[in-house]
Design a protein around this ligand. Sequence first.
Ligand code: SF4
Ligand code: SF4
Length: 434
Amino acid sequence: MGEKKEWHSVTLDQDICKGCTNCLKNCPTQAIRIQNSKAKILKERCIDCGVCIRVCPYHAKKAVTDSLDIPDTYKYKVALIAPAFYGQFSRAENIGMILSAVRKMGFDDVFEVARGAQAISERTRELLESGELLKPTISSACPAVVKLITIRFPNLISHIIPLKAPMEIAAAMARREAVKKTGLKPEEIAIIFVSPCAAKATEVRLAKTDGKSDVDFVVSMKEVYLKMAQQIGKMTEEDIDRGSVSGKESILWAVSGGEANATHTERNISVDGIDNVIRVLEDMDDEKLKDIDYIEALACPGGCVGGPLTAENNFVARSRLSALVKSIADVGESVDSDIGAAWDRPIVYRPVMKLNTDMKRAMEMIMKIDEFCENLPGLDCGSCGSPSCRCFAEDVVKGYANPDDCVFRLKERMLDFKEKYEKLMEERSEQDEG
Ligand code: SF4
Ligand code: SF4
């Protein structure tokens, strides 16, 4: 289907896939088809939201991340810890315990992504006050949402705040701090992000190809969790060598509402879960949200704590985070203001959902689709391998699917054929008798 070569963390294991259509029916960008009883991801439409990973009952969808075996060419290894990680452990009494346990796993140091979030919150407030931003301004923190906007909401691209995600800022800060501490060259230091989601793994891999990421490796939060969950239980106060230097406000970026709260705006929206995000963006596209200043939009349910690579369910993680930040100050240690928070890659429209870039041709296709749809049952059953009857009609008109892939149409054609055949036989016997 005209797929552009691109890398995605979300992948399918065809040997495990049973073609059950669960992912097909839930993908928010209609990026999945079933062919020969196996799912297939249309890469150009995939935003790495991870919904298909969550809904596949057979675990055939996976997020590809880097291995924890970091090459020895790196002399100093820094783990970059997203605040969602703090909510994963039932036995952690404070954040220092978690950060120290990460170091004990073999990292030379740990750095909190929440410090990057603090820098972004400060810059966001400045930009909002300056009046330079289009309102409502949309957060750029969730790469799945940014990707969704680039393929489905071109009119909203100019509303995305031109700032990097906290992970990137934190990576730059971590490298700078490590160079200062060790005297090593920047390239001798490995920055390893412990990720709650596939979208960030994809984002880093793509940014690295342009030389625009300070993150060297992205590892799965679940994998790190499994390696240190037991260790946390054995830790005592004496084992804590590293406390948190972040504030409550930036740690709570891990849950929906946290980032919006840190903008200090009154008229903001926090929306989580990709279907809810789509509804809000559709309203914004219809110019219904003119009274809103800021939109925090997160693809995962509950925010980053609901990422597909987390170990704990998002409700439990949220509750634990609230308890962990109770005794922490609102704002953490001051952060570098000259770290270069401005977005450094263009966000461009990718018309992958469009029928055709030529308007006349697109109109002709719409008419053919409408006509074809009239002969479809409208059940959106998925048995043709497309997510809906409308989508199947599109696939047929584009030449990607066969009209007889619809079992209902095929059945009707068979009945029609049977009727004609019986009539013909009847006429023949009448002629023979006459
Ligand atoms: S949910 Fe998708 S990937 Fe998983 S078995 Fe069903 S069709 Fe295959
Ligand atoms: S990651 Fe999201 S967009 Fe990509 S195929 Fe899965 S559900 Fe669809």
